[in-house]
Design a protein around this ligand. Structure first.
Ligand SMILES: Cc1cc2nc3c(=O)[nH]c(=O)nc-3n(C[C@H](O)[C@H](O)[C@H](O)COP(=O)(O)O)c2cc1C
Length: 218
């Protein structure tokens, strides 16, 4: 039995789907990101907008979790969450954060770093109301990241808020819920290559607001 089991140390892929050259890149990394995101969507990657968000608390301790990218503009990357969650508290203590996209089907990774700001309540409201009603109630019902004694707390809250908002034309945006925008100053595009000699191209924002692009060793 033991012999037929593959050790995790033996799982490895030789990446050879693509390559990344300086001259392939768009001058603006958000445009380059959009281009890769569309390719991930076309390749039918599962949850192509899922990204790992890393935050750091005021003692320097990092934490990471997956959230969904819900908006992309020249300003940055927008995601939605509970402002009183662990990540919300950490972002209030330290606004610097990092995002990682991992599109395994395309042998690609994108790493993004920058400063996070809250988006306007108007923008959050617009997105909140575009969500299914169940998700809107869900946001009211979950004290995200807090310890709860039992799942029944969530079911009770769901019933409470469903009753409270019944017959109302719109459910109000919870004051503790909304979007953040990560405004990037570094974005790295990684394409797997053979023999572990991958391509890494890093955009860094200059004082002039233009971007410089450098190749990094893999
Ligand atoms: C695929 C996937 C997508 C997720 N999307 C979100 C999201 O958009 N917003 C969110 O608050 N949590 C999302 N979560 C849950 C988070 O990973 C996390 O459990 C939650 O936000 C609490 O994190 P915190 O306690 O560090 O604040 C997602 C989880 C997965 C696996």
């Amino acid at each position: 039995m033991e012999h037929s089991k593959k050790s995790i140390a033996d799982f490895r892929e030789n990446y050879q789907l693509g390559m990344l050259e300086l001259e392939d890149l768009k001058p603006n990394p958000i445009q380059q990101f959009e281009y890769w995101l569309n390719q991930a969507i076309q390749a039918q990657t599962k949850e192509p907008n899922a990204m790992t968000l890393a935050t750091v608390d005021n003692s320097g301790r990092p934490s990471a979790r997956i959230v969904l990218l819900k908006g992309l503009s020249p300003k940055g990357f927008v995601f939605y969450t509970n402002y009183e969650s662990r990540k919300g508290k950490e972002l209030a203590q330290n606004p610097y954060a990092a995002l990682v996209f991992n599109w395994l089907d395309l042998e690609r990774q994108v790493r993004i770093e920058g400063k996070v700001e809250k988006i306007s309540p108007e923008e959050s409201t617009q997105y909140y109301h575009s969500r299914p009603k169940g998700s809107q109630i869900g946001a009211w019902s979950s004290p995200q990241s807090q310890v709860i004694s039992d799942r029944s707390i969530l079911e009770e809250n769901k019933e409470k808020y469903t009753n409270q908002f019944e017959g109302k034309a719109t459910i109000p945006l919870p004051p503790f819920w909304g979007g953040y925008r990560l405004v990037p100053d570094k974005i790295e595009f990684w394409q797997g290559r053979s023999s572990r000699l991958h391509d890494r191209l890093l955009y860094t924002k200059k004082e002039s607001k233009d971007w410089k692009i450098q190749r990094l060793a893999p």
